[in-house]
Design a protein around this ligand. Structure first.
Ligand code: IPE
Ligand code: IPE
Ligand code: MG
Length: 246
């Protein structure tokens, strides 16, 4: 257990730069469970519980926006029982945590299509977003029923419905019409579970994000693992196409 009395930034002095927006592909729940001889559902439960560690740590580090990839548009092709389990977990998470998230100043956002999610869960998501909309400690953006390509399709449809002439369409406009509209682009994308792919996550917004992958399964990704990702980020030279600084 890290000593909670010492401020987090003093405990990890190599973390010298804090990304404004961290986006995490929370992968490896199934393998975490399998390694313990448990059903995949137990991995998803442990993964959900893990937010209790990672969200406060990110808040303490001073991250402004934490996006978590919780359910992709592609995850509908998993067995029905697993899909149902993941839906139930989000509902339980909101029910169990909403009050304390609100008390801790967490602003909850949803990125993804509400359409397709069961109406009761839709209502829970909308309630959580509405209740916490003015909170300022950190924004927790939950990518649920999220797909980067679906998001771009939704944005283009809305732009066309709004009757924009072609020459009015700019990068800024498309960004504004995405689910993440008013949020800054991610500075750091973290993937747990050892794979090196985006899996349709924030494909527009992460165009210039730094990428960090770790073999740690999501339920094992704790404060120290987050600090490692931030340490690595601190050492990156973000050039945005310009010539190097030194
Ligand atoms: C990530 O863990 C959670 C979701 C995709 C919903 P996985 O369920 O993908 O775990 P692995 O990759 O099979 O280990
Ligand atoms: C990405 O993980 C989606 C989420 C973490 C919600 P997956 O396990 O679904 O991704 P693939 O199948 O390995 O690309
Ligand atoms: Mg996976």
């Amino acid at each position: 257990m890290p000593d909670q009395k010492i401020p987090i930034k003093e405990r990890y002095p190599s973390v010298t730069r804090i990304p404004n927006h961290v986006a995490i592909i929370m992968d490896g729940n199934g393998r975490w469970a399998r390694a313990r001889g448990l059903p995949r559902a137990a991995g998803h439960r442990a993964g959900t519980d893990n937010l209790r560690r990672v969200l406060p740590a990110a808040t303490d580090f001073g991250v402004s926006v934490l996006t978590i990839y919780a359910f992709s548009t592609e995850n509908w092709s998993r067995p029905l029982e697993e899909v149902r389990g993941l839906m139930t977990l989000l509902g339980e998470f909101i029910q169990r945590e909403l009050r304390s998230l609100h008390a801790n100043g967490v602003c909850i956002r949803h990125s993804g299509r509400l359409e397709g999610i069961n109406p009761r869960l839709q209502a829970q998501i909308q309630e959580a977003v509405a209740l916490t909309r003015d909170n300022k400690a950190i924004t927790l953006n939950v990518a649920f029923n999220y797909g980067g390509r679906a998001e771009i399709v939704d944005a283009v449809q809305r732009i066309m419905r709004d009757g924009a002439p072609p020459e009015a369409v700019t990068e800024e406009m498309i960004s504004r019409y995405l689910y993440t509209g008013d949020l800054p682009d991610p500075d750091l994308v973290v993937r747990t579970g050892g794979e090196y792919r985006l899996s349709n996550f924030l494909i527009w917004q992460a165009a210039y994000a730094e990428y960090y992958a770790t073999p740690a399964y999501w339920p094992d990704f704790d404060e120290a693992e987050l600090a490692k990702a931030l340490e690595t980020y601190s050492q990156r030279d973000r050039r945005f196409g310009k010539v190097p600084n030194n």
